[in-house]
Ligand binder design. Structure first.
Ligand SMILES: CC(C)(COP(=O)(O)OP(=O)(O)OC[C@H]1O[C@@H](n2cnc3c(N)ncnc32)[C@H](O)[C@@H]1OP(=O)(O)O)[C@@H](O)C(=O)NCCC(=O)NCCS
Length: 252
């Protein structure tokens, strides 16, 4: 292997450790069990759809707008497999539907930071494209650890106005829930929503999301002023999560 600066990097052979020390032959190496989150993140996109999303054939890869009967195509990709135009279209969609919420929040709208986050390697995008291949909606998720708990984090879900209120958001969130249910050990789907996004909050409430224990709380400052957070962390537990915490029951 040759690096960009021209220096050769030795590739360890099967019996040579990372330090280049030869390991005794004939003895079985004890394999560390692969964590289900890691396994999911290493799964190629096509297999990820089959193993974790497991969509019913009627719902994937085509989605039909009930009012206009226009046909849209769903696809799943990591950001590394999306072209710059696709990532830009997603970025502009976030700005279109939620830019005002970001700008008026304590987060602010930071183009470079957001674009970098949107390229995080372990994200999976589900894109919704119209017949001309234009992106009209998307969601992005990541199987990850949050506060040491295995979760599927919903990073984004945004639909163009003409696709809102059609049931498509419910269908896309259903795929995220399915991924969470199909990764052994995952306890919940989590997401962050601005308090100002009242329609988003109603949507998540309808889907059975509750305020997560890690959602920020109101804080009283020394001078007596109360700081009210402008975002909430919501979650919905999986069957594994329910079993791990019998105090909780999913709302349907
Ligand atoms: C939020 C969003 C993804 C929901 O997807 P959607 O396809 O519009 O939602 P659905 O049609 O599946 O609605 C499901 C339920 O959510 C509720 N809901 C959805 N939009 C709502 C709204 N604007 N006001 C009140 N309730 C709403 C409804 O109760 C609906 O149930 P119903 O069909 O029984 O009426 C979509 O509207 C969107 O992209 N909004 C702008 C971006 C955004 O806010 N994203 C979330 C960022 S955290």
């Amino acid at each position: 292997m040759t690096e960009a600066n021209g220096t050769a990097t030795p590739v360890p052979g099967p019996d040579v450790g990372h330090e280049g020390v030869e390991k005794p032959r004939g003895r079985r190496q004890r394999q560390k069990p692969v964590n289900p989150i890691e396994k999911a993140n290493k799964t190629p996109d096509e297999d990820f759809v089959q193993e974790y999303v497991k969509p019913s054939s009627g719902s994937w890869p085509q989605w039909i707008h009930a009012r206009t009967e226009a046909v849209y195509t769903l696809s799943l990709s990591r950001p590394g497999d999306l072209c710059d135009e696709e990532l830009d279209a997603c970025f502009h969609l976030v700005d279109e539907t939620s830019g005002a919420d970001y700008r008026s929040s304590s987060f602010g709208w930071h183009v470079a930071v957001k674009k970098k986050e949107m390229r995080s390697a372990d994200l999976r995008y589900i894109l919704v494209k119209d017949a001309d291949g234009a992106i009209k909606g998307f969601t992005s998720m990541m199987p990850t650890f949050e506060n040491h708990e295995p979760v599927v984090y919903c990073y984004e879900i945004h639909l163009k106005p003409e696709l809102q209120g059609t049931g498509l958001g419910t269908q896309l969130m259903g795929y995220l829930m399915d991924v969470a249910e199909n990764i052994q050990t995952v306890e919940k789907v989590m997401l962050t929503c601005f308090v100002s996004n009242t329609s988003g909050l109603k949507f998540y409430e309808k889907l059975g999301f509750d305020k997560d224990d890690y959602s920020p709380r109101e804080r009283k400052l020394r001078g007596g002023k109360t700081v009210v957070p402008d975002y909430v962390i919501l979650s919905r537990r999986t069957a594994t999560g329910d079993a791990a915490d019998p105090r909780r029951r999913r709302r349907h």
